[in-house]
Design a protein around this ligand. Structure first.
Ligand code: NAD
Length: 321
C-alpha cells in the first residue's frame, strides 16, 4: 500500500493534472461509467465537528474509494486546518487498500479544476475580466486555475471580509493580472467570468448586476441552506452542474428549484458538454452558470493521479498492511 503525504501531493500534482483528471471523470459520470455513492455527513457531537464520507467508483478510470473527513472548527487555535480530509483508494479487482492520500491540498486543487473545466467549456473565448466573489482559502486556487483557461487581463474582486483581499491580489499579480477590489455590482458589470467561492447563506450576486454573455461558476454552495447567487439569475442562465442530484439538494440550484423558478430538467451535466452531447454555450449573449457542488469522484480522480505520480517518482511510502 502507498502512503502519499500532503507535502508529496503538493510536489507531484499541479493544476493541469487536476484539470485533466476532473474533466475525464465528469465525462465518465455523464456517460454512466462513473457514479457517486450517497454522501454521509454527520455532526458527531464532539469538538463541534462535522464528519463524513464521499465515495464512488469510476469504471472508466478504475478508481474506487472514498474521501473521509470534515470540519473541526477548533483546529485553527491548534495551528491546524479546520477542514481535514484523507482519500482511501482500493483495488477495484480485489478490494485491497491501494493508497492513503492526504486530501487537503487535493480538495482545493480538484475544486479549482471543476470551475476551470466549466470555464474552458462554457466561457466566451474573448473573456478578459475575471470576477471573484470570495477571498478565502479556496479562492487563490480558483483564481490560478481560471487564469490558465482564457487570456484574462484583469481580476475584479469582492469579499465580505476586506482584509482577505490583499492575499488574493497577490495571487492575481503572480498570474500577471491586474487586480482591483470593488463592490459586488461592479464585479457583475465588469466581469466576463465570475467565480463565487464563499460560505454565504444569502445571494451575493444579483441578476441585474450581471452582463449578457457572462459565465458564472458557483463553487461555494455545497450544503443545504448555503447560497451565493440570486435565484432569478440562476433562472435566467443556462445551467450546468457536476451532478444534478447534488445540485438540486445541496448546490446553488436548490433555491431556484425550491421556489419553482427552474426544474431539474433545466440542468445539464457538464459531462454532456465535454462529451459533445450538448453544445454548451449557444450565443455570445447567453449567461451560462456552472453549479460545482463537489463530488467524491473528483477526489478519487486527483488522488489516483497523486498516487501514480508519487509512486513513479519514488516519493510514496510503501507499507505492507
Ligand atoms: P474560508 O473559510 O477560507 O473562506 C470563507 C470565504 O467566505 C471568505 O471569502 C469569507 O470572507 C467568505 N464568507 C464567510 N462568511 C460569509 C458570509 N456570511 N457572506 C459572504 N461571504 C462570507 O473557506 P474556503 O475553504 O475558501 O471555502 C469557501 C467555500 O467553498 C465554503 O463554503 C466551502 O464549504 C466551499 N467549498 C466547496 C467545494 C466544492 O467542491 N464545491 C470544495 C471546497 C470548499
Amino acid at each position: 500500500m502507498l502512503v502519499v503525504s500532503e507535502e508529496v501531493c503538493k510536489q507531484v500534482v499541479g493544476a493541469q493534472d487536476a484539470f485533466k483528471a476532473v474533466e475525464s471523470v465528469f465525462a465518465a459520470m455523464a456517460k454512466g461509467d462513473a457514479y457517486n455513492f450517497p454522501v454521509i455527513r454527520e455532526a458527531i457531537g464532539h469538538a463541534d465537528a462535522l464528519y463524513g464520507f464521499k465515495s464512488g467508483f469510476d469504471r472508466a478510470g478504475l478508481a474506487l474509494g472514498l474521501k473521509s473527513g470534515g470540519y473541526w472548527p477548533g483546529n485553527m487555535a491548534k495551528g491546524l486546518t479546520n477542514h481535514q480530509s484523507t482519500v482511501f483508494l482500493f483495488d477495484p479487482d480485489t478490494g485491497m487498500l491501494q493508497a492513503l492520500v492526504g486530501g487537503n491540498y487535493l480538495t482545493a486543487l480538484r475544486t479549482a479544476a471543476a470551475s476551470a473545466v466549466s470555464i474552458a467549456h462554457l466561457a466566451r473565448k474573448d473573456s478578459k475580466v475575471l470576477g471573484m466573489i470570495g477571498a478565502g482559502h479556496q479562492a487563490g486556487f480558483q483564481l490560478r486555475a481560471a487564469a490558465d483557461q482564457r487570456n484574462f487581463e484583469k481580476v475584479v474582486a469582492w469579499n465580505l471580509h476586506q482584509d482577505m483581499l490583499p492575499g488574493l491580489g497577490k495571487v492575481a499579480k503572480e498570474c500577471g493580472l491586474e487586480f482591483e477590489s470593488c463592490s459586488q455590482d461592479q464585479v457583475g458589470s465588469q466581469a466576463d467570468v465570475i467565480i463565487s467561492i464563499t460560505s454565504a447563506h444569502e445571494p451575493l450576486m444579483l441578476k441585474d448586476w450581471v452582463k449578457p454573455g457572462t459565465h458564472i461558476a458557483c463553487m461555494g454552495t455545497d450544503t443545504k441552506g448555503k447560497q451565493e447567487i440570486d435565484p432569478a439569475l440562476v433562472a435566467t442562465a443556462t445551467v450546468f452542474t457536476d451532478e444534478i442530484t447534488q445540485s438540486i439538494t445541496i448546490g446553488e440550484t436548490q433555491h431556484a428549484i425550491a421556489s419553482g423558478l427552474i426544474k431539474q430538467e433545466d440542468i445539464t451535466p457538464i459531462g454532456d458538454v465535454i462529451n459533445t452531447k450538448h453544445q454548451g454555450r449557444s450565443s455570445n449573449d447567453e449567461i451560462t452558470l456552472f453549479d460545482g457542488t463537489g463530488v467524491g469522484l473528483q477526489d478519487l480522480a486527483v488522488a489516483s493521479v497523486a498516487a501514480n505520480l508519487a509512486d513513479q517518482t519514488g516519493k510514496a511510502k510503501k507499507i505492507d498492511l
